[in-house]
Write a protein that binds this ligand. Structure first.
Ligand code: F6R
Length: 261
């Protein structure tokens, strides 16, 4: 796990965005896992600019969203179908068929979850997965207690997550759906590489547990310690509780001294 700490959320997003843009440039048929929420928006904006200003070609990529609420109509402004359309599909000029989001508004969300896991496999697996982190350490909507080997499935949102996401629902926690379909931790760990983006003091505790704590379902993101290619882009505030921050900074500062870098 490489931890790259930037002074501001904007610079963290630019660094992460450059990494994603580079991955697309290196593999025009990239299968990209996209997260929703506030954290990855700077990445999506960075890539949009690369497309518009530098001709980055995204016509051959495929995107898979991490999760979707259960029971929200797909045209609800906060459904992840709509959010991904508004933040990725539209701004990047993708065709709708290039972008997949789990079906949360169906009579059988459990089957939809199984179908989604299979669709990712059928696409050859995710090459690069973008993730944010919840204040309680969730990735995707794998809340504390999630099995570290879990596949895409239905989960119950933690009350803290519903509180955190109430800001997208006019501050009304009760308007936030109770259930979701989310890629499992095992599904996320199957990705070729993972880019995490997080900022702000509300994420500091979760980031320290994820990077330096025990691998435990108590902090689902800690499972990323088991993945060989994880890049963590955070700002100073999110790095505040890290014990080995000096070392991470030293590693980044000396990265170009490695032969072949
Ligand atoms: C979103 C997702 C969640 C968010 C996390 C952080 O698809 O799966 O894990 O990444 O809740 O949300 P923000 O970025 O809004 O703080």
């Amino acid at each position: 796990m490489d931890v790259v700490i930037s002074p501001t959320p904007v610079s963290a997003a630019s660094q992460a965005g450059a990494k994603v843009a580079e991955a697309i440039a290196n593999n025009p048929r990239l299968v990209l896992g996209v997260a929703t929420g506030s954290s990855p928006l700077g990445i999506y904006e960075y890539v949009r600019r690369e497309i518009e200003e530098n001709g980055l070609d995204v016509s051959g990529i495929t995107c898979f969203a991490l999760d979707e609420y259960v029971g929200l109509p797909e045209d609800h402004p906060e459904s992840y179908h709509r959010v991904v359309a508004a933040t990725v599909t539209g701004p990047w000029g993708l065709k709708p068929e290039q972008v997949h989001v789990p079906a949360g508004n169906t009579g059988d969300p459990r089957q939809a979850a199984l179908d989604y896991d299979q669709a990712i496999k059928d696409a050859g697996g995710v090459d690069l997965q973008i993730v944010g982190i919840g204040g309680n350490g969730h990735i995707g909507f794998n809340e504390p207690g999630s099995s570290l080997g879990s596949r895409t499935r239905v989960k119950t949102l933690h009350p803290r997550t519903r509180e955190d996401n109430a800001r997208f629902f006019d501050g009304d926690m009760n308007a936030v759906p109770i259930h979701c379909v989310t890629q499992g931790i095992g599904t996320i760990l199957d990705a070729g590489s993972v880019v995490m983006i997080a900022s702000g003091e509300a994420k500091a505790d979760a980031i320290s547990k994820m990077v330096e704590g025990a691998v435990s379902s108590n902090c689902p993101a800690s499972a990323l310690q088991l993945h060989p290619h994880v890049l963590v882009y955070i700002d100073d505030a999110a790095a505040a509780d890290l014990q080995h921050r000096d070392y991470y900074d030293f590693a980044v500062a000396n990265a170009d001294k490695l032969p072949g870098a």
